[in-house]
Design a binder for this molecule. Structure first.
Ligand SMILES: Nc1ncnc2c1ncn2[C@@H]1O[C@H](COP(=O)(O)OP(=O)(O)OP(=O)(O)O)[C@@H](O)[C@H]1O
Length: 468
């Protein structure tokens, strides 16, 4: 995507983000520039490409206002590998817990999966052809022998050497007929026996050699795994299921894993986005009179620094350079301030954006407008049961109001509150369909209905604390 000749302009990127995220215009502008800059860098002269450093971003805003969502959607727009980590989960090197390099390994893993998926898509037609042959072999073994065992009801062993020409032709004609039936889906429910590959055998390496890191261990496991013959197992499944299972296996056989690894590493290096949440939780400096936990928090920041500054991290797919990965750090910064981060780290996140707290009106729009709005999700769920659910605007206004009130009275969890409120509102309906509310029913959620179902709870803070 990023290496294609044209790419979305910053305004177009914002327009894409607008489809999913309400408000937060400032943050959208900054991430749009950062993304377009990555494309610009890849089209700059080679010697300059090395010099251009990404403008990492620090997002400041309370929980549930769209920080993660913006970063995730940004990655989706660029089809870029993305990973989210919580800074508070890291521990300083030398202590038990997740080491900071694991986020780079996660990113590469993500990138490998993405490339693999893309390549499989490219060879899908070729793989489908091979799958059709395998299914056919299971139904009617070819005269040349081989193939998979047919199930009861079909001819069994065919001795090709003893077969006269006419029998051979007959077999071919039968196979052609069945090929058509397989294609039309007519035989989808018929059971056949197929050989499926079993998951990688466990090598039983626990702990590894002293001094061996996680990446080398995983690499060793992979290497040993690939040296052993792949185990297969027989399974009896319907033709429809066989198609799915075999398609994945056949597609995997057609792609070159070395190429996949190379491309995945390149993508992670040039397009990867790492989102570090809760950075404020590791932001307090021992220099300010801190002890114990402060020292360790500063340790985590010091460990993060080389990765954000650019260094080589070894992963089971190879060495990856972090120089051009885009880092987006985020935190509420209610207690600690960005200035409590160690200066070197502050310097690595030159772009600061503040996300706004969401208003009642924002809640209303979040319920109604995004492509994946909660109302649209529930409507689609019930559509599957042929029940038409809809919401009138007054109902959505009331829901937004309730979510806003509960946030101010109980705890502010931002737009996440809409999930709990909606689920409370619709639970009975979701349970009653289809037993009590049959197909073709129409349900209109009105303001009165919202009040009726939720009023008792919002009047009682003790209750809403647990339920909403
Ligand atoms: N401005 C917004 N527009 C649309 N949906 C939003 C917005 N803000 C939050 N949401 C929705 O609320 C949920 C939580 O948002 P998100 O994960 O982005 O929170 P966050 O700001 O990253 O919080 P945290 O720091 O706790 O992770 C998501 O389902 C997201 O879609």
């Amino acid at each position: 995507m990023l290496d294609s000749k044209t790419f979305l302009t910053p305004a177009q990127i914002v327009a894409e983000l607008d489809k999913y995220i309400i408000g937060q215009h400032d943050a959208k502008r900054h991430v749009a520039i950062a993304l377009r800059n990555r494309w610009r860098r890849l089209h700059a002269p080679l010697d300059m490409q090395r010099e251009i450093v990404p403008n990492n971003i620090l997002m400041i805003g309370s929980t549930g206002v769209g920080k993660t969502e913006i970063a995730r959607r940004l990655a989706a727009i660029a089809d870029a590998p993305f990973t989210k980590v919580e800074a508070s989960k890291f521990t300083e090197v030398g202590y038990v817990g997740r080491d900071v390099e694991s986020m780079v390994r996660d990113l590469v893993e993500q990138s490998v999966n993405q490339v693999k998926q893309r390549r499989k898509e490219e060879v899908k037609n070729q793989a489908a052809q091979a799958v059709e042959d395998l299914i056919l072999d299971a139904l009617i073994p070819p005269v040349s022998g081989g193939g998979l065992k047919p199930t009861a009801g079909f001819s069994t062993t065919i001795d090709s050497s003893a077969m006269p020409d006419s029998d051979y032709e007959l077999n071919e004609r039968t196979r052609d007929k069945f090929r058509e039936k397989i294609r039309s889906g007519e035989l989808d429910d018929r059971k056949i026996e197929i050989k499926v590959q079993q998951g990688a055998p466990s090598m039983g390496i626990v702990g590894g050699a002293p001094g061996m890191d996680e990446a080398s261990m995983a690499g060793l496991q992979d290497m040993l795994g690939s040296m052993l013959p792949k185990k297969t197992r027989k399974r009896k499944v319907t033709i429809a299921e066989a198609r799915k299972i075999l398609l994945d296996e056949e597609a995997a056989k057609l792609i070159d894993m070395d190429e996949v690894k190379d491309e995945a590493i390149r993508n992670a290096e040039n397009a990867g986005i790492i989102f570090i949440d809760e950075i404020d939780k590791v932001a307090s400096r021992s220099g300010k009179g801190g002890s114990g936990p402060d020292v360790s928090r500063e340790g985590v920041q010091r460990d993060l620094l080389p990765i954000v500054e650019g260094s080589a991290v070894s992963t089971k797919y190879g060495i990856i350079n972090t120089d051009h990965i885009l880092f987006i750090a985020a935190g509420a910064f209610h207690v600690a301030k960005p200035s409590d981060l160690i200066p070197e780290l502050q310097g690595r996140f030159p772009i600061r954006v503040e996300l706004q707290s969401l208003t009642k009106d924002d809640f209303f729009r979040i319920l109604k407008d995004p492509k994946n709005a909660l109302t649209k999700q529930y409507e689609a769920l019930l559509q599957a049961e042929d029940v038409a659910l809809s919401f009138d605007d007054a109902a959505l206004e009331r829901l937004a109001e309730i979510a806003f009130e509960v946030n101010s009275e109980v705890e502010n969890i931002g737009a996440r509150r809409l999930h709990t409120v909606m689920s409370r509102l619709l639970n009975d309906i979701l349970f009653d369909v289809p037993d009590l509310i049959g197909p073709n029913a129409r349900i209109l959620i009105t303001r009165e209905l919202v009040d009726e179902r939720l009023k008792s709870m919002i009047r009682n803070p003790d209750l809403s604390q647990y339920i909403l």
